[in-house]
Design a protein around this ligand. Structure first.
Ligand SMILES: [Mn+2]
Length: 428
């Protein structure tokens, strides 16, 4: 291949006047010099390098988004940026953050990939450990001591700032938001480069398209590339219910990544066993579940903040029961960092006509500021209800029990209003 990977120390210079070939998509290999004196030196599908007689090089892509991102990265060459993930990053977020970091490296941009919450899901811990992904935890309590001055900008990947505690710091310190790449709808964050595509199932599909466009040319001989490609496949799989909900673009992205990924590594990531904690929560969910109109509802009581990922795992499990199409599991956690206590819950459904986002918004409503307590995507959703005045002082077991019963009852009442509106269900 006659690729011309970008020299990290000498990022490509853009021509001041766009040449007329803008929008060319065909692969050009060993092409003769173009009549206007420009030598075309194309890569197989994503980009081409145009060399002018003066030796100046510029790259053009078949997708305007790649052009824009390329221009942005070129402009910021030599800088240091923060890549911000949601507080509880999932495989899609993690793999995309990493892919972005590798792309930015091509432009001599040093990125730090950070999140403020925890990675507690066993599979996600395995993903990070087994791939050696360079992701850093910046807990909320440490944010005031971070060296923010050394960053010239930040990037949100697989989120738009709403789900990260880092966002308020970014705004306070006026750190420029350079790029937002996401597949969730909504959000009104402004950035130099915005690529938000709600019709795509996983952000990893979008990042893979950047790779296909050769913002970074993957190389099978580079271990990091193999691992990142594997992580991206895992990201797409996990946001599409194991590809069952994948659409053409997601599948094409996986097909491309299949040239580079390590199947053995992917298997190891997926085969991680559940923690004892998660098993205990699943056991509680099984014991406490009540089934009504094919909904399985289970409160699991109090659990440690870092065990919160056991809740979606329990919901995943309950939804597999015969005659159940939707499971909701919830519990109370105490967030030490932010000194707040909250009810968190997860919904899983196999019922195609049930929209988790609509259902949870309708069931739990919103706070006085208009922020909904819950939301979701297809087949999955979650909710968080802060306890406010009732938070804390759980050393008193009678009080703790009473509080749990109140929340347990209220959540069931709110859900049952939607599940069995025709009859008054007794919740005790
Ligand atoms: Mn995602």
């Amino acid at each position: 291949m006659n690729n011309e990977p970008t020299d990290p120390h000498n990022p490509p210079v853009l021509a001041s006047n766009p040449p007329p070939e803008a929008g060319v998509t065909a692969a050009v290999e060993d092409s003769p010099p173009a009549p206007n004196g420009l030598a075309l030196n194309g890569n197989h599908q994503g980009s081409m390098v145009l060399a002018t007689p003066t030796g100046e090089r510029t790259r053009r892509f078949n997708d305007h988004r790649l052009d824009e991102l390329h221009r942005l990265l070129t402009k910021h060459g030599g800088e240091r940026h923060l890549v911000i993930l949601q507080d509880f990053p999932d495989p899609d977020a993690l793999s995309c953050g990493w892919a972005y970091l590798l792309i930015a490296q091509q432009y001599d941009i040093r990125c730090d990939l950070v999140y403020a919450g925890t990675i507690s899901h066993q599979e996600n811990i395995a993903l990070v450990k087994l791939t050696g992904m360079p992701v850093q935890n910046w807990p909320a309590s440490t944010l005031k001591d971070r060296d923010w001055q050394s960053y010239q900008g930040c990037v949100f990947v697989d989120n738009q700032g709403a789900t990260s505690q880092l966002t308020q710091w970014v705004h306070q310190l006026e750190l420029p938001v350079l790029a937002v790449i996401d597949h969730h709808a909504g959000g009104d964050i402004a950035a130099d480069f915005v690529d938000i595509r709600p019709n795509i199932k996983a952000t990893a599909t979008i990042l893979t398209q950047y790779l296909q466009g050769e913002l970074l040319v993957l190389d099978r001989n580079v271990a990091e590339h193999i691992k990142c490609a594997t992580a991206l496949i895992h990201g797409i799989r996990s946001d599409t219910n194991g590809l069952l909900q994948a659409q053409e673009e997601d599948l094409l992205a996986v097909a491309y990544l299949s040239r580079y990924y390590d199947p053995q590594l992917l298997r190891s990531i997926l085969q991680v066993n559940r923690s004892k904690q998660a098993m205990d929560v699943i056991e509680r969910a099984l014991k406490n579940r009540m089934i009504q109109n094919n909904f399985s509802l289970a409160g699991v009581g109090y659990l440690r903040y870092d065990a919160r990922d056991a809740i979606p795992q329990a919901a995943d499990f309950l939804v597999t029961e015969d005659n159940v199409h939707t499971a909701v599991v919830y519990g109370i956690v105490y967030d030490k960092d932010r000194e707040r206590e909250l009810v968190i819950g997860s919904l899983r459904t196999t019922k195609l006509t049930l929209d988790p986002d609509e259902f949870l918004k309708e069931a739990f409503g919103h706070d006085p500021q208009g922020r909904f307590f819950g939301g979701g995507r297809s087949q999955a959703g979650g909710f968080e209800i802060p306890m406010g005045f009732l938070a804390g002082l759980n050393d008193n077991p009678n009080y703790a029990n009473l509080k749990w019963e109140v929340y347990d009852t209220q959540i069931k009442q709110k859900l049952l209003r939607l599940i069995s509106p025709e009859k008054q269900v007794q919740v005790t």
